[in-house]
Write a protein that binds this ligand. Structure first.
Ligand SMILES: *Cc1c(COP(=O)(O)O)cnc(C)c1O
Length: 364
């Protein structure tokens, strides 16, 4: 038995867990532009309609927001044809990862997820007192769904599926996910994280919402942070069966989403044409960057998202530094690779330049 501490100490698992590393912002440089390609944000400035909605809502900042996000939930219900009782809103879909796991896991229950995947998964799993079960990605930096199904035990309560996968980019295919779900016991929740769903152009990609309509053990996570360009306003939503949705609401802090965020999200749902035209532009840029990198000899996984992944191993940090010296901050995962957000064309050109030089020097 370990000796009890003589002062209050955090849970051991939390002392051993590295904290979430946010993508860094570039240092401003006189006379030369810099680009933040480290957090998968949209490079586009907010649409005027969204700014108007946000500004208008600040006039009520002396009042608490609607804790149930009633109007936003109603709009989401209509937009996605899901009963309002099955829609929950929280401070970003990151928060919903925590809330869903809190709602479903007892202490020591297992949560299966692919690795490498979204950095928040191991942290959320440990914070809620569950045990992470990490399944290495298959070749092509894709989910190894059969190994994930094999890893399910009697202690497993949830499986996280990230499609497209952050930080590597590929989607899970629909047939694959159906077959996987056939192998998942009915009492295990499959959480489909679709943060980048609007960037998918692969017709075979998994449709989490369609699965949600067909199967009772699916939960889908979406966000306003990426395609809707609202990262700062922390608004995400989940589709879950009624009893789970009720439990998620219990786990959510009171008044989570500000009126500014709620009103802006409602405005964003009314501006999808303009917002998704911007997504189209980013997808064209993604194709250009992927093609360019492959022509330079890089082996890049098929990204269906707003970022690309370079597997760099021990060179990861050196490559990130080379980008930074040219003014672009990317997201290094030490010893593994760099995730590079697709930004404005000038930023993408800069990445292609650094990557091309890197390959040339390696060949020399
Ligand atoms: C960005 C992202 C989210 C959403 O983040 P929020 O800003 O909290 O909504 C969720 N999952 C993945 C995989 C992401 O990359």
């Amino acid at each position: 038995m370990t000796k009890p501490a003589n002062r209050p100490v955090p849970r051991a698992v939390l002392r051993q867990t590295p904290s979430y590393k946010a993508g860094r912002a570039p240092q401003p440089r006189a006379g030369r532009p810099t680009y933040k390609l480290s957090s998968n944000e949209t490079p586009f400035e907010p649409l005027p309609e969204l700014l108007d909605a946000a500004r208008g809502a600040t006039e009520r900042m002396n009042r608490y927001p609607d804790p149930m996000c009633t109007r936003l939930v109603q709009r989401l219900s209509e937009r996605f044809d899901v009963p309002a009782s099955q829609v929950t809103v929280a401070t970003g879909s990151v928060a919903l990862v925590y809330h869903v796991l809190q709602a479903i896991c007892e202490h020591g229950d297992e949560v299966v997820y692919p690795w490498r995947s979204f950095e928040a998964y191991p942290i959320a799993t440990k914070v809620v007192g569950a045990t992470p079960v990490e399944i290495p990605l298959a070749p092509g930096a894709r989910h190894d769904l059969s190994a994930m199904a094999d890893a399910i035990t009697e202690r497993t309560r949830a499986v996280l599926v990230c499609t497209p996968n952050n930080p590597t980019g590929p989607v899970v295919h629909h047939g694959e996910l159906e077959k996987f779900c056939d192998r998942v016991p009915e009492n295990v929740l499959v959480i489909v994280d679709e943060a980048y769903v609007q960037f998918i152009r692969d017709d075979d990609a998994a449709d989490g919402l369609a699965l949600f309509r067909e199967r009772p053990n699916i939960c889908v996570l979406r966000t306003f942070s990426k395609a809707y360009g609202m990262a700062d306003l922390r608004t995400g939503f989940a589709f879950a069966q009624d009893d789970l949705a009720d439990a998620i609401r219990l786990c959510t802090l009171p008044f989570p989403v500000s009126t500014v965020a709620q009103e802006t999200a409602i405005a964003a749902l009314g501006c999808e044409d303009a917002l998704f035209a911007r997504v189209d532009e980013l997808v064209r840029e993604r194709t250009r960057v992927l093609t360019g990198l492959r022509e330079q000899g890089w082996d890049v996984p098929d990204s269906q998202s707003n970022f690309v992944w370079l597997s760099l191993g021990d060179d990861t940090e050196a490559f990130a530094l080379a980008c930074e010296q040219e003014g672009a901050v990317v997201r290094p995962f030490a010893g593994d690779g760099c995730r590079i957000t697709i930004g404005e064309p000038a930023a993408n050109n800069l990445v292609l330049e650094v990557a091309g030089r890197w390959q040339a020097e390696r060949r020399a």
